[in-house]
Design a protein around this ligand. Structure first.
Ligand SMILES: Cc1ncc(COP(=O)(O)O)c(C=O)c1O
Ligand SMILES: N[C@@H](CCOP(=O)(O)O)C(=O)O
Length: 478
């Protein structure tokens, strides 16, 4: 499989190259040059299979011949053996046709583990094979950082740095990053929003002397490997509910648009998905875009669903690429408008394309708390607030005879205060995932200034440690 950039001005890459590079050199995101398809019979044959087997069937067309099947199967088995549920991502029935897809049974209690556990193994495998090392720099609104640091802490050829918005993640999320206790893992608190952190990551890729010195890579969902791994649970859930004979809808709490875009990929591969419903909190840019066609950045509002406190949804660019008929020039124009005037207007044709597959809804703070309380009262189920946002939106979009699956993206213990406020109940983490006390926190606190962050990374990345003092725009000075 070859990978192309959504902006059309970067080299076409192999799977392994796309995996290690993360972001394309033209600022775009890598996508497969063509969508692999699974036939009706192939999809039906996935029903009831163990998660790891489905994962192999769904991911191997994206990997192609580049990684030996035996190695790929072994890495998949190992990745999902870290989960604490035999089904890995179990479905829980909430009503006659309503289901929750629990994605939080991995080591850090959020859906990010599903992709991060396999991604770390794949990257480590490729680097070991090549005798190379690299440095990952990422941005997190709370969950990606913990999952990445946990997954990469044993990868000896990789240093991992994660920036998070200072004071804007839950205590539990912060502690997952700051108590990791591994020499190659670093948590950085930034004065700013998640969007500020994410744009620093993207700018670092544009700062070529820095990027090449540290051999920069990314494991946010801008990395194709993340999206690929998230496609799998759409297949396990839909086939369990009757696909391919039965079509299924999904509602997804959305921030960076990675998780729901993985659903779109599953649909491109042939999975009969009726509707993909975007659920947002008050940072509702995507819901507004779907309603009006006007994509307009506002300022980020802190909410009780902090992982979704995002305005610049990276993976929306991948959807725009499809909506524009895979025309990279159209994507470049929209991205330039977003950068220059903080908005763009979607041409009718693109909006129609998006509306063909997607619906959207936004939920206020008050409604989120009420929904957590309602789910507890009527179903006896403690839902995390991100999941509750999606459950509320799902109710508005459910139709008879089509199962509606809502993605439950985090364990409620990660958002204990909000859950307590809504229900009076204490959401306790399982003992194996509890970071709420004990270990000392280590964190670097930096202003939202790319140069300072780069300096910190140069000082601590093992590729450069001790040998590089600063970088010019041309190259390294020591
Ligand atoms: C708990 C939780 N729910 C939902 C989301 C939104 O997912 P995405 O950014 O893939 O849209 C996130 C962050 O990514 C999250 O951590
Ligand atoms: N909500 C996310 C934001 C980053 O998303 P990603 O899927 O692109 O890594 C988080 O928890 O950090």
């Amino acid at each position: 499989m070859r990978y192309i950039s959504t902006r059309g001005q970067a080299a076409e890459l192999s799977f392994k190259e796309a995996l290690l590079v993360g972001l394309a050199s033209d600022g775009g995101l890598y996508v497969p040059a063509a969508w692999p398809k699974l036939s009706f019979d192939e999809i039906r044959s996935l029903r009831g299979k163990p998660y790891a087997e489905v994962a192999f069937s769904v991911m191997s067309p994206f990997v192609g011949e580049e990684i030996d099947d035996v190695d790929l199967r072994r890495m998949i088995e190992e990745a999902y053996a870290t989960f604490h549920h035999p089904a890995v991502t179990p479905l829980v029935q909430m009503g006659p046709n309503d289901w929750l897809l629990e994605l939080f049974h991995g080591p850090t209690l959020a859906f990010k583990d599903v992709a991060m556990q396999i991604l770390a193994r794949l990257m480590d495998h490729v680097l070991t094979e090549r005798g190379e090392r690299l440095t990952i720099v990422g941005a997190t609104s709370g969950d990606t950082g913990g999952a990445a640091l946990e997954a990469f802490k044993t990868c000896h050829g990789i240093d991992t740095f994660f920036m998070f918005p200072n004071g804007k993640v839950s205590d539990f999320q912060r502690r997952q990053m700051t108590t990791i206790g591994a020499e190659n893992c670093h948590a950085i608190a930034i004065d700013g929003s998640f969007d500020d952190c994410q744009s620093m990551v993207k700018d670092m890729f544009g700062h070529q002397s820095f990027a090449s010195t540290v051999r920069l890579s990314a494991v946010n969902s801008i990395n194709w490997g993340r999206v690929m791994a998230q496609v799998v649970y759409y297949f396990t859930a839909a086939t369990a509910l009757g696909a391919p004979e039965q079509s299924v809808s999904f509602t997804v709490p959305t921030g960076n648009f990675g998780d729901i875009y993985a659903g779109f990929v599953a649909k491109q591969m042939g999975l009969p998905i009726s509707r993909l419903v975007i659920a947002t909190n008050e940072n509702d840019i995507l819901a507004r875009t779907l309603t009006t066609g006007d994509h307009r950045l506002g300022s980020v509002k802190p909410t009780i669903t902090p992982s979704m406190d995002i305005q610049i949804s990276s993976n929306f660019e991948r959807l725009l690429f499809e909506a524009a008929g895979r025309d990279p020039a159209a994507v470049r124009d929209l991205m330039a408008a977003l950068k220059d005037s903080r908005r763009y207007s979607l041409p009718d044709k693109m909006l129609r394309f998006i509306r063909d597959s997607f619906d959207a809804g936004a939920v206020s703070e008050v409604e989120t708390l009420e929904e957590v309380a309602r789910i507890w009262k009527y179903a006896g189920y403690l839902a995390d607030p991100h999941t509750a946002v999606a459950v509320k939106v799902a109710c508005d979009h459910a139709v008879p005879d089509v199962p509606m699956v809502t993605l439950s993206t985090a364990h409620p213990a990660k958002f204990r205060d909000a859950v307590r406020n809504a229900t009076g109940e204490e959401a306790r983490p399982p003992a194996w995932g509890d970071v709420s006390s004990g270990r000392t926190e280590t964190v670097e606190h930096l202003a939202g200034d790319r140069a300072r962050v780069e300096e910190f990374i140069l000082k601590h990345a093992r590729l450069t440690r001790g040998s590089v003092k600063s970088l010019t725009s041309e190259g390294v000075t020591s």
